[in-house]
Design a protein. Structure first.
Length: 373
């Protein structure tokens, strides 16, 4: 099935590009956009649950994150729209300077995207609403969090991640072919294929070997979502997604990896409520990861308020789990076009069935700004 999907998508793309008379009436137009967030964070955390001596991390910091997007777009004489997007990381902690980069071909047939981007499952999924800050400092962000690390002597790191993310992504920005159907009667379908989940620079040219022990490959991702509503004031957004990979060479206690997710958001005028869920077996026996988040938001003029709860449970053995509960309140104040003031207050509480695993807890307060351009 995976070979058929790849072959069919490639033939469709080739047929579109090789049609007679497909010459751009006007040259491609270029533009750039982006965002930059600057946040001051304060934390009151306890790594000493259990009583042993610990090295405590600093209680405050200044954190920033940003991206610059270079875009080019145009339309061919046959009506097909072509666009290129290249994203550059602008934060000091960025590991890869170049982030997502891809080309898209769009028309009545839908959209074909080729390059480095998140899977179709990521693009099609919905998460619970928040105060407009979830990506930067909210409950579903790994930034400004009480981390799962161990500061207590004799304890190991908790397996539950501070990133309460319910997008069922496995391959990140590895190279893919992605297809989105046109939206019909509120429904849209997306599918994608990635040859190698661990490669962001091309498997052949960079010498990546096949049958690497423990590596996941041949990712098939699919998602379907719905956008609609009832009357003038009620909106509904729902999604269901799936991702599956094959393991190239099996290690002990390993298996092919599968993940799926569900999301639902209902809006009533200025109020929204919803939630999302993800299950991921992590390609391991006794390694299941279950994450869910529920949230609500309310907008008053230029301010959006949010309240969210997230839960992460990671299977660490046949009868043991590590877990995390986090609750947070947030706000997003639009001070003007493209300039937002953001804030969040979150409480983290880790737990474990294993006595030697760290179970820190703590409160984090974050205040900052985001500039979009």
């Amino acid at each position: 099935m995976k070979k058929q999907l790849l072959g069919t998508t490639t033939l469709v793309a080739a047929g579109l590009l090789m049609g007679q008379g497909a010459y751009a009436a006007e040259p491609m137009s270029a533009s750039f956009s982006g965002s930059f967030a600057s946040v001051v964070q304060f934390a009151d955390r306890d790594d000493n649950k259990g009583g042993a001596a610990a090295t405590q991390p600093r209680e405050y910091d200044i954190w920033e994150s940003g991206e610059i997007h270079f875009n080019a777009s145009g339309e061919l004489d046959n009506g097909i729209s072509v666009a290129v997007r290249i994203e550059y990381e602008a934060g000091s902690g960025a590991n890869n300077i170049v982030d997502e980069r891809y080309v898209t071909f769009s028309g009545g047939f839908g959209t074909i995207r080729i390059g480095s981007d998140d899977s179709a499952a990521n693009a099609m999924s919905y998460q619970g609403p928040g105060g407009g800050t979830s990506w930067w400092i909210g409950v579903s962000s790994g930034s400004g969090a009480v981390l799962a690390g161990s500061g207590t002597t004799g304890q190991t790191t908790n397996s539950a991640s501070s990133f309460v993310g319910t997008h069922p992504g496995i391959s990140g920005d590895a190279q893919k072919i992605i297809y989105f159907t046109p939206r019909m009667s509120g429904f849209q379908l997306g599918v994608s294929y990635a040859p190698d989940d661990g490669v962001n620079n091309g498997a052949i040219g960079n010498g990546t070997t096949a049958n690497t022990a423990g590596a996941q490959a041949n990712e098939i991702a699919a998602g379907i979502n719905y956008q609609g509503g009832f009357g003038d004031d009620t909106s509904v957004a729902a999604s269901a997604t799936y991702v599956g990979t094959t393991q190239e060479s099996f290690l002990a206690n390993s298996q092919d990896r599968d993940a799926f997710g569900l999301g639902l958001v209902i809006g009533f005028d200025a109020f929204s409520i919803g939630g999302s869920y993800k299950h991921d077996d992590n390609g391991a026996i006794n390694g299941d990861n279950d994450v869910y988040e529920i949230g609500a938001s309310y907008s008053v003029g230029p301010v959006t308020w949010g309240l969210n709860y997230g839960n992460v449970t990671v299977e660490t053995g046949a009868a043991t789990d590590d877990d995390l509960e986090v609750i947070g309140a947030s706000f997003d104040y639009s001070m003007g076009p493209g300039v937002n003031f953001i804030g969040a207050l979150k409480h983290y509480d880790y737990g474990s069935d294993t006595a030697t695993v760290a179970t820190p807890d703590g409160i984090v307060m974050a205040l900052g700004s985001v500039v979009y351009f």
